[in-house]
Ligand binder design. Structure first.
Ligand code: CMC
Length: 425
């Protein structure tokens, strides 16, 4: 039965249709309210669906995450990041030949133009990696803007291929810049994750030497970060893209949104927090701080806006984290602090009552640290993983009629008043 919601505005009953979701919550279509002279108010978009989408589904209460209907646990176990990228963009799993062609196409596009590398000359080894990555991705627009028709399906596919192919190269160049080392070009004999690790840790003139356990863990990190429906960065890409902006620039806007510690920057914040805690004897003090209402301190890597049960990505990431630790025989005091902190937080009433579980950033942060990725590079890894999600959402929006994203406001400023000349103030 078709549902509707009725609201009464100054005695007048207004019917609002309810749109049915294929999974999860239905939504009240409030678009008709504009004719009634009233807006809805929802800062932070806590209960607002800004679009419809067929890409990713999350049930935060049940800890469910599916890309195009496929559970994240199955994809993380059986798929690869490039297959997931194909799935997200095209909506279906590729056949064996489609997958092979897609992989070859991506690998063949990984290199960046020689002169493009000079974009990094404007930075120093101390520049924040997110600043460099954001600028470099925006810079790609300068290579591909001319003649780009965002309403042409083939041009959008071309854009997606370029971004998915070049982001590992840009991320690795960013890393090399921070290390003051020469850039290493991609190697067509390596797969996507291997190439990224080779471009980061390889040395000029030496044959690739990538540990398969580490490249498998890296690929899994990419898969787990590949999409997360209408999060802040994806919504930013959609919003920027809705102005018909250049897609490389719209993606750069998404990268900026991802940088913040409440979003992608959380994995970096986790490690900063662990360093601040320092050793196991300090943990109780920090757990108490996190519970103190008068103290803004929060346990980074705990809690999630959407997952109020557990983060399914965290469960998968935890097993990769264990595999990496075992492979590398890691013995890092900070990682012991992390394990102890996790155990204490899981037992404290404060965290149990508020459903605050370790999220993906908690485990990805400590895994990346073990692999040898410097902490300021963590959000760049997230950027790399999220690329197929962002570009798939942009493509989805462009594939059907859409409106420029333009929220309204509740104005609380002063009413009309006359300008006062500076000498009379
Ligand atoms: N440590 C201590 N208390 C917390 C934490 C935390 N990490 N997170 C939430 N709370 C408390 C909060 O103080 C509030 O308590 P009370 O009800 O007594 O006022 C309650 O839990 C609900 O918090 P909220 O701020 O209303 O929850 P939210 O859904 O708005 O915030 C969050 C979600 C992720 C911003 C928040 O949990 C947080 O700041 N976590 C730490 C940062 C972090 O790990 N972020 C990564 C998120 S996953 C990455 C991604 O998917 O992009």
């Amino acid at each position: 039965m078709t549902q509707k919601v009725q609201i009464i505005i100054d005695g007048k009953t207004v019917d609002l249709p309810v749109l049915e979701a294929t999974e999860g919550r239905n939504v009240v279509d409030v678009r008709g309210l504009i004719n009634e002279g009233i807006y809805t108010y929802d800062p932070g978009f806590l209960s607002t669906a800004a679009c419809d989408s067929e890409i990713t589904y999350i049930d935060g209460d049940e800890g469910v995450l599916m890309y195009r209907g496929y559970p994240i646990e199955q994809l993380a176990e059986k798929s690869s990041h490039l297959e997931v990228s194909y799935l997200l963009f095209n909506g279906h799993l590729p056949s064996a030949s489609e997958l092979k062609a897609f992989e070859q196409e991506i690998i063949s596009r990984m290199a960046v133009d020689e002169h493009f590398q000079h974009i990094f000359d404007g930075f120093t080894a101390q520049s924040h990696p997110m600043s460099m990555t954001c600028a470099a991705v925006a810079g790609l627009a300068s290579l591909y803007h001319e003649g780009l028709d965002i309403y042409d399906e083939d041009h959008r596919r071309e854009t997606a291929l370029n971004l998915i192919a070049k982001i590992p190269t840009i991320a690795a160049m960013t890393y090399k810049k921070t290390q003051g080392e020469a850039f290493i070009p991609p190697d067509p004999s390596l797969n996507y994750a291997e190439n990224f690790l080779h471009m980061c840790f390889g040395k000029k003139g030496r044959a690739p030497d990538v540990n398969p356990v580490i490249s498998a863990a890296m690929d899994r990190i990419f898969i787990l970060h590949a999409d997360h429906e209408q999060n802040a960065s994806t919504s930013t890409v959609r919003l920027a893209g809705s102005t018909e902006a250049d897609p490389y620039a719209a993606i750069a806007a998404g990268i900026a949104a991802l940088w913040g510690p409440s979003h992608g920057g959380a994995n970096e914040a986790v490690l900063d927090m662990l360093s601040e805690i320092g050793d196991e004897s300090q943990i109780d003090q920090y757990v108490a701080k996190a519970q103190d209402k008068d103290d803004p301190f929060r346990l980074m890597g705990f809690g999630h806006r959407v997952y109020k049960n557990f983060d399914p990505r965290a469960t998968v990431m935890q097993s990769s984290c264990d595999a990496v630790f075992k492979e590398l025989g890691v013995d890092d005091p900070l990682l012991n602090v992390a394990r102890k902190l996790e155990q204490i937080a899981r037992e404290e009433d404060y965290f149990i009552e508020r459903n605050l579980y370790p999220n993906i950033d908690f485990y990805s942060g400590i895994t990346l640290k073990a692999i040898g990725i410097p902490v300021p590079m963590f959000t760049v890894i997230f950027t790399l993983g999220r690329m197929p999600g962002w570009i798939s959402h942009w493509n989805e929006m462009l594939s059907s009629p859409f409106k420029i994203g333009r929220p309204r406001q509740l104005y609380l400023g002063p009413g009309p008043r006359d300008y006062v000349d500076v000498g009379s103030r």
